[in-house]
Write a new protein. Structure first.
Length: 472
């Protein structure tokens, strides 16, 4: 990437004359430059670098950050995800402050506190997110940036440690967020379109390798944290092109038409924030959101703040501050796939908000405390619900079921003759209530004809079957 020194001189003079405006202009842009020039041309306009505070532990009276083994290399703007079945954390690609993009794939084992290098990505990129799908044991990464936004759809196959590609995004977007719904659909939310933040919602079906368009975001957003709990998507902060968002936004997915999302404004954030790490967790039956780091308020203010949002009370609680300021991060994950283990991990990132990568890894334990009462829950009962709608007139229908324990689940569609025509689910799922949408197509992606069909759930050494009718 070229240095563009004349532009730097002009920009520096502008900063001297209008420091407050310069501090909030493009410093949170997903590209590392003053609109696609050079990241270092603007990183020096704010020497608000907080000293690193590396310690073996960093705590309050109840919870503490614990230092883990460092990543093999330091990156920022990389992708981080957690695979609960394998109990592994994955990091993908990223950027160095020396104008270099990387294609590393790293696997972290939290049990042994060790890192392993896996098959590298096909491209060296940054500003990406990653989504784990269990039915095919794969991780999906959309978009990417190496000087220009890309429409990549890279698929990492966990069991074979290999890469393949799916159908590319219809729209090239980077620095957006990805969430998984019902272990089948991945929502790409907002992101940078080459000119600024967007409202686009792109929905990818991992079964059919096809894209559809979802209900747009209520406001343009990029560099937001994202989470999903049940049928509800959460946007945690983000950047609108001028300042950081100060409120939560949430969207409820219609199970009968998963492209249909009803968006609403939620509670205020503890402080306006973008470029944070965000994740979700269910602990003792209670749901939580977490934020670590990011840029606070309207300008270039990197932070080490960590927050927990409890849905039961609708309030934010300050957690022990992260041991350093940290930003430009899709680097926060929750490890909640192990019984009685509730931890969040921060892997790498920009350690001072000035394009300075770090390889530090820390975790914060969030075990259930004496004062935390488990939410009252109704005991789970195995069952298969009637599809909605039925009869099916528009080609899509939602099928819901409940499993009482973790394990292998299959859900298949049969025609009136008993011939299997579509596998909707086959893989390990957590216990609980699940919904999957059938688009009225068989395993060869051909539309089924009008008639009577059966769908059969197999789990826990039990089976349940129901009938549906398709009307054309």
């Amino acid at each position: 990437m070229f240095k563009y020194f004349p532009i730097f001189i002009i920009f520096s003079l502008f900063i001297l004359s209008t420091p407050l405006i310069a501090a909030s202009m493009d410093l949170e842009s997903p590209v590392k430059v003053n609109t696609l020039i050079n990241p270092k041309a603007i990183s020096r306009c704010a020497e608000m670098i907080t000293p690193e505070m590396y310690q073996e532990t960093y705590s309050d009276s109840e919870r503490e950050w614990i230092r883990c083994t460092d990543r093999p290399t330091g990156e920022m703007c990389h992708a981080t995800c957690y695979d609960p079945v394998g109990d592994k954390i994955y990091n993908f690609a990223g950027y160095h402050g020396d104008d270099t993009y990387y294609n590393w794939t790293y696997q972290y084992d939290p049990t042994t506190d060790t890192w392993a290098s896996m098959a590298p990505m096909p491209s060296s990129i940054d500003w990406i997110d990653a989504s784990v799908i269990q039915w095919n044991r794969s991780i999906y990464i959309f978009g990417g940036f190496d000087g220009v936004p890309h429409d990549y759809n890279y698929i990492y196959e966990i069991n074979s440690d290999s890469w393949s590609s799916g159908i590319n995004q219809p729209l090239s977007r980077i620095a957006g967020g990805q969430v998984v719904y019902n272990d089948s659909l991945i929502y790409m939310l907002g992101g940078y379109d080459g000119a600024g933040p967007s409202t686009d919602v792109q929905v990818y079906n991992t079964y059919t390798d096809a894209w559809t368009v979802g209900t747009p975001l209520p406001a343009a957003n990029m560099m937001e944290g994202v989470a999903i709990l049940g049928d509800t998507i959460w946007l945690v902060g983000g950047y609108n092109g001028a300042s950081a968002y100060s409120t939560l936004y949430y969207g409820v997915i219609n199970p009968a038409n998963c492209e249909n999302i009803t968006w609403s404004v939620g509670d205020l954030l503890a402080v306006p924030n973008s470029n944070n790490g965000a994740t979700q967790m269910v602990r003792a039956g209670n749901s939580y959101l977490y934020i670590v780091g990011g840029f606070e308020n309207a300008g270039f203010h990197p932070t080490n703040h960590a927050w927990e949002y409890g849905f039961a009370k609708g309030t934010w609680t300050a957690l022990p501050g992260y041991p350093m300021t940290i930003a430009r991060n899709d680097l926060l994950v929750a490890r909640d796939g192990v019984v009685d283990t509730f931890e969040i991990y921060v892997c790498g990132g920009d350690k001072n908000g000035s394009w300075a990568e770090t390889n530090r890894v820390w975790k914060l334990s969030l075990q259930v405390g004496i004062a935390e009462k488990p939410a009252k829950t109704t005991p789970l009962v195995f069952g298969l619900s009637q599809n909605v709608p039925n009869p099916v007139k528009d080609g899509k229908t939602a099928i819901s079921f409940t499993s009482t324990r973790n394990g292998l689940v299959t859900l298949k569609i049969y025609d009136i003759s008993g011939r299997q025509i579509r596998t909707l689910i086959t893989g390990n799922l957590f216990s609980g209530f699940h919904t999957v949408v059938w688009n009225g197509r068989d395993d060869k992606d051909k539309r089924v004809s009008a008639g009577v069909y059966f769908y059969r759930l197999t789990a826990e050494n039990k089976t349940a079957t129901k009938t549906m009718v398709f009307v054309r």
